[in-house]
Design a protein around this ligand. Structure first.
Ligand code: AMP
Ligand code: MG
Length: 407
């Protein structure tokens, strides 16, 4: 059996980042930058007010309370027309440009109207009473307060989140250079599988892996492509995989890679690809077929539903993230505390136990999510984490355990 890290390294070496591409910012959520973003503009581009209130000359309000003549009302999106002179103020709304002459803003709550103004309707000169003195720059957001022109905003290898997209828009960018999403074909194999909801004949089961793996691919920010269901027939499997390779950047299959008489995925991939058959020192998901057909990585995952999910998490997801340019494609573990015994038997493998992780005052605690058989998908579905339990007799309640927090 091979150590997990050895196998994963082998996989990552064969999943290089795809050629960079410019895409609309609108399509870039979850993608990774392929070139550095340098700001061509300052944000904000003009000094503006952080509050609704009055733009004043701070020297005028040193002896507040004091009364000032209102010379203009400035809304966001409109340029000021009037310079604020001694003894004067301009009413100003959040985000509006600080007018020339003014150097500070007094929030509206610290002012009152003495005479005139929009409310009076009598055309009299409006006088505002400023109740507090404010220092220069009060509530003023200066040019470049968030970032200056020429700033190295995001480096290569940045995963674009909602906030990143907002910054790109703030900078006036409509496109961004990224590593594109791979199209990932997902194929189920097995004579026993039924996927149309029809009544099961003896020995048949329903295909759950394809939906699950397509969903995991979606969650990994790649483009899932449904390659359907193939019986345990070498010709049909070969047709499905060859077709997939022509339209996809990576392929994920489930089933047919173990030691059974009808595990034809193995035979087909041996013929058309450069494949490795590996026994990984983990449970579940010991068998893994991985290699390339042409330059398309192919992940031959085991058929047991939990095994296929764990195998996707440990090998396919990192490989696909590597193709998307993630500098750290492997999900990091966090240290948790076992809230109950997590027993196992020594067998030379690392066990990935399906657990429920909950936050506590000091960190995270985990308890079993239910049955740990590799066919017990229900417990996997309820789990939100995999506990990494090293070879031995398990973890006692209260003991430390590393966990992978799943999406
Ligand atoms: P295999 O890896 O083909 O030997 O399959 C191992 C186990 O997983 C068997 O019990 C299969 O019936 C089951 N299995 C294989 N493919 C699927 C699938 N797509 N959905 C649900 N179970 C599956
Ligand atoms: Mg099978």
């Amino acid at each position: 059996m091979l150590p997990l890290e050895t196998v994963r390294e082998f996989v990552l070496d064969r999943c290089p980042a795809r050629a960079p591409l410019s895409v609309p910012v609108a399509d870039a959520l979850g993608l990774v930058t392929a070139s550095e973003i340098i700001s061509s503009e300052a944000i904000p581009q003009f000094a503006n007010t952080a509050m609704d209130g009055f733009a004043v000359r701070s020297a005028d309000v040193v002896d507040a309370p004091c009364d000032l003549r209102v010379v203009e009302t400035i809304a966001a999106g409109h340029a000021p027309q009037v310079t604020v002179g001694p003894g004067e103020a301009s009413r100003i709304m959040t985000g509006a440009t600080i007018p020339p002459g003014a150097d500070a803003v007094v929030m509206v709550e610290r002012t009152s109207i003495v005479t005139g103004g929009p409310a009076s309707g009598d055309g009299a000169t409006e006088i505002v009473r400023v109740e507090v003195s404010v220092p220069p720059g009060n509530h003023v957001r200066p040019v470049g307060d968030d970032l200056h022109a020429g700033t190295h905003v995001f480096g290569v290898g940045t995963e674009l989140t909602a906030g990143h997209l907002g910054v790109l828009c703030s900078l006036g960018l409509t496109e961004v250079e990224v590593f594109p999403r791979p199209r990932v074909g997902v194929l189920s194999t097995g004579d026993e599988l039924v996927d149309d909801g029809s009544p099961l004949r003896p020995g048949q089961i329903r295909d759950s892996n394809r939906r699950t793996l397509l969903a995991l691919a979606h969650r990994a920010d790649v483009v899932p492509v449904d390659l359907g269901l193939s019986p345990d027939d070498p010709d049909e499997i070969e047709t499905a995989i060859t077709t997939g390779v022509q339209t996809c950047d990576a392929i994920v299959t489930s089933g047919g890679v173990s030691m059974g008489d009808f595990d034809y995925v193995k035979a087909v991939l041996d013929r058309i690809g450069d494949m490795r058959w590996m026994q990984v020192a983990i449970k579940p998901a010991k068998p893994l077929a991985f290699g390339t057909v042409g330059d398309v990585p192919v992940f031959g995952l085991p058929g047991n539903p939990v095994s296929s999910m764990v195998s996707f998490e440990l090998f396919a997801r990192p490989g696909l993230r590597s193709m998307m340019g993630h500098p750290d494609p492997v999900r990091p573990t966090v240290e948790a505390t076992a809230a109950e015994d997590l027993p196992r038997r020594a067998d030379g493998k690392t066990h990935f136990m399906r657990v429920l992780a909950t936050p506590t005052d000091g960190g995270v605690e985990v308890r079993s999510a239910g049955g740990q058989g590799s066919h017990m998908l229900w417990a996997m579905a309820k789990a939100n984490a995999l506990a990494v339990v090293p070879d031995g007799d398990g973890v006692r309640a209260g003991g430390p355990v590393d966990v992978l927090l799943l999406d």
